[in-house]
Design a protein around this ligand. Structure first.
Ligand code: SAH
Length: 460
């Protein structure tokens, strides 16, 4: 068969009209129906593009010059935005970011889930979409005999020069990264070197409870030994009284995964505390905890509203982490059962229930897809099931278990619209109807979008 010609060649320079945007935030322009994806171009713009990669069905271009500029284009406030891979949307107005995220949800539900007849509400955004992250994990390296910290340059493992802050991270965390770096530098603690797999200091992780201003510092090292440990700890907690916990995490592997298996408390508490709404949480170093506290409150409030509890219900919270959503639900339900695969998270969840004097929530360690069928065999009949799975979505066995349990309502919290759409389609085939979907902007300036969906049993 004759090979279809693509209309561009590598290294060619062309002028393109941009009409759309991908869910990664890349501009889309077409030549005879053949799409070119161009980072940093916005819909409504016209620009000069150098073709840098050509594939059968699409090409990637580099924006050289903008000839017609969109009103939605803004100057990115971060001075390393175009080098860093962390944010993708700083060149776009916040209102366009919110609209784009909502459209992405609508289109993905339609394309992957075949769901059209559903209300997708306008994205719940932030009044001030900066400095929102309560956690930062930053790599450490050595340059010209000095310790440096900073994110990696896009698609590389080379730390960006002159990166002294990250403006989506809270100021206190930025300052603490700088404090650990400069103290460690003064003491002469060597940085880890990826290539030779030698040296010690790999990452600095800082988490601060927004409501409590308590900080945990996690020092990730290649070796169990941490030289000048005492001096480092002393300098940190004496200078910064909000530091409540200093933890060492040991990661001996040659890996991109940041945290290793072993954690030791070097000084202070095992936990820091934070509060969302009326509930207090103890958070340990390795537990999952939402990174945007302002938006987390809105996310959980929406989940609670969609669960529509009156006080008499039995609820299951699958993928419950440290019990955050479970404890929110427990305030309005008769009984909540939480299930989660990470044992440390479940011990945090139990601790959190005690901390808040909540005695109608029970937590179990295990794979949700295995525990739920077992609960069914034990006669447990939930009125509402809440799921909040990782990016890969729900396991097929779990979807089947949910359908078999026939709850009146399902609340699906998702950080990935594609797997959400796939799973909603399966639940719809199992007798549920998706009533409404609420996108919540948990990660402003990035292309990620979180959603809460409400499904009701129709038995069709
Ligand atoms: N609802 C929580 C956590 C959501 S993150 C919150 O809002 O804070 C998703 C969680 O699912 C993680 O804690 C992860 O450890 C857990 N998880 C992943 N696979 C799982 C499985 N098969 N069964 C149960 N939990 C799982």
């Amino acid at each position: 068969m004759e090979k279809k010609q693509v209309p561009v060649q590598k290294n060619q320079t062309i002028t393109l009209d941009f009409e759309d945007i991908t869910h990664e935030g890349n501009g889309v322009g077409k030549l005879d129906g053949y799409p070119l994806f161009v980072p940093y171009a916005l819909p409504g713009e016209k620009g000069k593009v150098k073709v840098i990669k050509v594939k059968k069905n699409f090409a990637i271009g580099k924006l050289l010059d903008i000839e017609e500029t969109s009103n939605e284009r803004v100057e990115p406030p971060c001075n390393v935005y175009y080098q860093c891979g962390g944010c993708q949307l700083q060149h776009m107005s916040y209102s366009m970011q919110s609209e784009m995220k909502r459209n992405q949800v609508i289109n993905t539900l339609k394309k992957i889930g075949h769901i059209e007849d559903v209300t997708v509400h306008p994205t719940i955004g932030m009044d001030d979409p900066w400095r929102y992250r309560n956690k930062v994990q930053i790599p450490v390296a050595e340059r010209n005999g000095k310790l440096i910290t900073g994110f990696y340059r896009k698609k590389s493992h080379e730390i960006i020069d002159d990166m002294d802050r990250c403006i989506i991270t809270s100021e206190v965390n930025d300052r603490m990264v700088e404090a650990v770096r400069s103290i460690a530098d003064r003491l002469g603690i060597p940085a880890y070197d990826e290539k030779s797999h030698r040296g010690i200091l790999r990452h600095i992780m800082v988490r601060t409870g927004e409501a409590t201003n308590e900080t945990m510092i996690v020092i990730v090292t290649r070796t169990a030994e941490l030289p000048y440990k005492k001096e480092l700890i002393k300098a940190l907690h004496e200078t910064y009284p909000h530091v409540k916990s200093i933890v060492q995490n040991i990661n001996k592997e040659r890996t991109n995964v940041i945290l290793g298996k072993e954690t030791k408390v070097l000084w202070g508490e095992k936990y820091i505390y934070d509060k969302i709404g009326d509930i207090k949480f103890a958070i340990s170093g390795k537990s999952f905890y939402q990174v945007n506290p302002t938006q987390t409150k809105k996310l959980y409030d929406t989940a609670l509203e969609y669960a529509n509890l009156t006080g008499g219900e039995t609820v299951i919270d699958a993928y419950c982490g440290i019990g955050t959503i479970s404890l929110f639900l427990a305030q309005k339900a008769k009984k909540v059962y939480g299930v989660e695969i990470v044992p440390e998270a479940i011990s945090d969840a139990k601790e959190n229930a005690k901390l808040n004097n909540i005695d109608n929530a029970e937590f179990f360690v295990g794979q949700a897809e295995k525990i739920m069928p077992w609960w069914t065999s034990q006669g447990l009949k939930p009125d509402v099931i809440v799921v909040d799975p990782p990016r890969k979505g729900c396991d097929q066995a779990l979807l089947e278990a949910m359908i078999a349990m026939e709850p009146k309502r399902i609340v699906y919290v998702s950080c990935n619209p594609s797997t959400l759409a796939r799973d909603l389609h399966i639940l719809e085939n199992g007798g549920y109807e998706t009533k409404q979907v609420q996108p919540v902007d948990m990660f402003p300036q990035t292309s990620h979008v979180e959603c809460v969906s409400q499904l009701v049993y129709t038995g069709k």
